[in-house]
Design a protein around this ligand. Structure first.
Ligand code: ADP
Ligand code: MG
Length: 701
């Protein structure tokens, strides 16, 4: 029968940084068999650990062949080599290399976790094996709570958990006193006697003398190989795991087979186990992690605050605008009437345009199952135009006693940079009149507060005035100057327009003024007001208008749109600023996770030695950044609630207005953003961890 382990012409060269190589092993030809307890001896630096790493499948950069259990290691793929380490070979190290944040039980079951073995079976097998090394009462303890000898027993239990054929122990007693060393040796002997191959490196002659065979290495060559004839094999040794744990094992094997058809991943580390492992680790360095999460939370919290500020301002503006318009009146303005592009030249509804528009609206309403049709009776006409300073002066008598015309030597005037001339919208009522009363179809001008305050005594009401503005029928038209004398009958509360210079005049009255000046032929409505039965219909018509090119809503709607785009620009800038702070957070996460990889190289080496694939290591670190993201997101939301409450209180008590509106999905976005940046920041550390050379990481002290 073939020997368990064969090395044929094995040469190992280390590549040094400066292209030079160092040969650590020369032409190793040796065979080992089951049941042997081999001591490898030799001076420090002779190549013992190098040999162990080759046999253990941790290092595959060599020439020659290593055949273990009939398999040629040099021909195995990376995946198969991972499996070899997981199932065929067990490592025991001088410095134990237990993972300090995991309990004894979890340390031992780690290899099973990597194979996704069920919880119950895992615990049964680990308990059984820990009982054999005399540690059945220490399952819940952490490695730091154990003595050196106990730690090494845990390490042996960990090496045995997958029932490997070969146990490799690199100076297993190097860190132990001689009494404890003998106990460990007894355990190793029993393992060998039960039919496994145990190869250990030792410096102790006493240890060597107890083993069944001593191989001496010097300067990379085997210089001596002796069988110990006095070795007493304990024929009754039974260290093997209970060959078959009757029910659970068979059951879980058949289950595994069934499942593995659906998913190859079933026998590997599950996402859930990875999260559990990283949770343990995060808990172990909780202060660091909590501080980091808090740092990120500040960014996340301010992001939510900025978003809710931005929507708060928008909501505030929209609500203010809404309170000035009637929900059952739709205002339709021709685009370009009453805005800067059409100063002095209103954009009138053409012949037939009104009828076509109404037809289209009606078609849209029926299509959208609105039980309403617009008729002539629902429609009121309106007018608006914008004129400029030169043509828009308001002459008046400062004393208020008499006023004939602007040529009157006593006349004074208010010069206005811009004036809007509006017909009174049908949704304005007496409640919009601050002072005086509304004008009628036969006369009366109404001013906004903005104009009224320009008068010397602070009010325009009752004053006899003459307004003067220019009207053009086309861009090339030099313009007709329209002058009209009348009394200011009222001051209007004109919402956002209050501080603009606005004059309201009844629609029919405006028409008669145009006619008086001989330009009545050019006069037509520039806006239409449709009375609707409900807000639903209003919204439907507005939806239709949004699809057209040439029409907009009321001045309030237009201003609201303008303010909204302004506030969304401000909001976007605020969000961009918080994103910069999130970028800083991401860098912080990257640094912390990167440091965590550096701190845990040993652990990564151990994981690799028990068969973790690169993918598994990546998964553990990725789950860690995922957890950091979740934690930071939750902290961020809590931080935001505190921050918002503070800001809200301060604003309410100082300016009496706190424009903050939450949308529920802001929290979802915050959590998502937090997870995404953490995981992005974790990509590099995770791949760095996955790429770590296990030999290098285990060598580090
Ligand atoms: P031992 O375990 O017998 O003390 P090692 O197997 O650790 O010896 O090392 C054998 C030789 O290989 C030593 O001279 C050591 O300096 C060298 N060596 C080990 N690892 C490396 C490496 N990564 N790069 C270069 N030389 C190495
Ligand atoms: Mg060594």
């Amino acid at each position: 029968m073939d020997k368990e382990l064969k090395l044929i012409n094995v040469n190992k060269k280390y590549k040094m940084s400066n292209k030079e190589t160092f040969q650590a092993l020369y032409d190793i030809n040796v065979e080992f068999d089951k049941g042997e307890l081999v001591s490898i001896v030799g001076e420090s630096g002779s190549g013992k650990s190098t040999l162990m790493n080759l046999i253990g499948g941790l290092d595959s950069d060599y020439t020659g062949s290593i055949i273990a259990g009939g398999e040629n290691l040099s021909k195995l793929s990376e995946k198969e080599l991972d499996k070899y380490r997981k199932n065929k070979v067990g490592f025991v190290f001088q410095s134990f290399n237990l993972i300090s944040h995991l309990s004894i039980l979890d340390n031992v079951t780690l290899a099973l976790t990597l194979s996704n073995v069920g919880e119950k079976e895992k615990i049964e097998r680990a308990t059984d094996i820990l009982k054999r090394v005399g540690l059945e009462n220490q399952l819940k303890k952490k490695p730091t709570q154990l003595s050196g000898g106990q730690k090494q027993r845990v390490a042996i239990a960990r090496a045995l958990i997958n029932d490997p054929e070969i146990i490799i122990a690199d100076e297993p007693t190097g860190a132990l006193d001689s009494g404890t060393s003998m106990q460990i040796l007894e355990i190793l002997k029993e393992i060998a006697d039960s039919g496994k191959l145990v190869i250990m490196v030792t410096h102790s002659e006493k240890v060597a003398s107890i083993s069944s065979r001593v191989v001496e290495i010097s300067d990379g060559r085997i210089v001596d190989d002796k069988i110990n004839k006095n070795y007493k094999r304990n024929k009754n040794a039974e260290f093997k795991l209970q060959e078959e744990i009757p029910e659970t094992t068979t059951e879980s094997v058949s289950k595994k087979n069934k499942k593995s058809k659906n998913s190859k991943d079933k026998q590997n580390l599950s996402m859930w186990s990875a999260i559990r492992l990283s949770f343990h680790n995060m808990w172990a360095s909780r202060v660091k992690n909590f501080l980091m999460a808090f740092g990120v939370a500040i960014g996340i919290g301010s992001l939510i605050l900025m978003m809710s500020f931005s929507s708060g301002i928008t909501d505030y503006i929209n609500n203010t605008m809404k309170s000035y318009s009637n929900p059952t009146i739709v205002t339709i303005s021709k685009k370009g009437s009453g805005d800067i592009s059409s100063m002095m030249m209103p954009n009138f509804f053409n012949d037939g345009e009104k009828e076509t528009l109404i037809e289209n609206i009606n078609a849209y309403l029926s299509e959208n199952n609105c039980d309403f049709q617009v008729t002539e009776d629902n429609v009121t006409e309106g007018f608006s135009m914008m004129t400029v300073a030169t043509g828009a002066k308001v002459y008046y008598s400062p004393s208020g006693d008499y006023f004939q015309s602007k040529d009157d030597p006593e006349a004074d005037y208010v010069s206005l940079s811009i004036i809007y001339l509006y017909s009174t919208p049908p949704y304005y009522s007496d409640s919009n009149v601050i002072e005086g009363e509304m004008g009628t179809s036969t006369g009366g001008f109404m001013f906004s507060k903005g104009i009224s305050s320009l008068f010397e005594d602070g009010s325009a009401v009752g004053k006899e005035v003459e307004i003067s503005f220019t009207f053009k029928t086309s861009q090339s038209d030099p313009g007709t100057v329209i002058e009209k004398q009348d009394t200011i009958c009222g001051i209007m509360d004109t919402s956002v327009m209050s501080n603009f210079l606005v004059m309201y005049v009844d629609y029919d009255y405006i028409q008669s003024i145009f006619e008086e000046k001989g330009v009545g032929d050019h006069f037509a409505p520039t806006s239409l007001y449709i009375q609707t039965p409900s807000e639903t219909v209003t919204n439907a018509i507005n939806d239709y208008l949004a699809t057209t090119e040439g029409y907009t809503g009321s001045i309030e709607d237009q201003l609201a749109g303008m303010f909204n785009s302004m506030s969304s620009i401000i909001g976007t800038s605020l969000v961009v600023i918080s994103c910069i702070s999130l970028f800083v957070s991401a860098m912080m996460i990257l640094v912390v996770l990167y440091m965590s990889v550096t701190e845990r190289t040993k652990e990564i080496g151990v994981l690799k030695s028990i068969g973790a694939r690169r993918k598994d290591i990546k998964r553990i670190f990725t789950s860690e950044s995922f957890l950091v993201g979740v934690l930071s997101g939750i902290f961020g939301i809590i931080f935001n609630l505190i921050l918002t409450l503070t800001v809200w209180l301060v604003l309410t008590y100082t300016i009496g207005l706190a424009p903050i509106s939450y949308r529920w999905w802001y929290f979802a976005i915050a959590l998502g953003v937090s997870i995404v940046i953490s995981m992005l920041a974790g990509l590099y550390p995770a791949s760095k961890a996955a790429k770590l050379d296990p030999v290098e990481s285990l060598r580090r002290e």
